[in-house]
Design a protein. Structure first.
Length: 73
């Protein structure tokens, strides 16, 4: 089975990513303004609301000015 994770990226945008049920993180890469890139993993956070589970991952702690669109694996 799989689950849908809402990925919150810089600039207030969101993307939907389908992952396997057992996954606890998603990989990300963000292109910097200087041509470099930052990458790593984002933990998948689970929230419960009215008996349902919702999954989120968010890009945080980026250097200022590096808010280009995220490329998800």
């Amino acid at each position: 089975m799989s689950k849908i994770v809402v990925v919150l990226v810089p600039g207030g945008a969101s993307e939907f990513l389908t992952v396997e049920d057992g996954e606890t993180s998603v990989k990300w890469e963000i292109a910097g303004l200087d041509g470099g890139a930052a990458s790593g993993t984002m933990p998948i956070e689970t929230y419960f609301c009215e008996g349902e589970e919702f999954y989120f991952a968010r890009v945080e702690n980026l250097a200022r000015g590096d808010s280009a669109p995220a490329l998800l694996n």
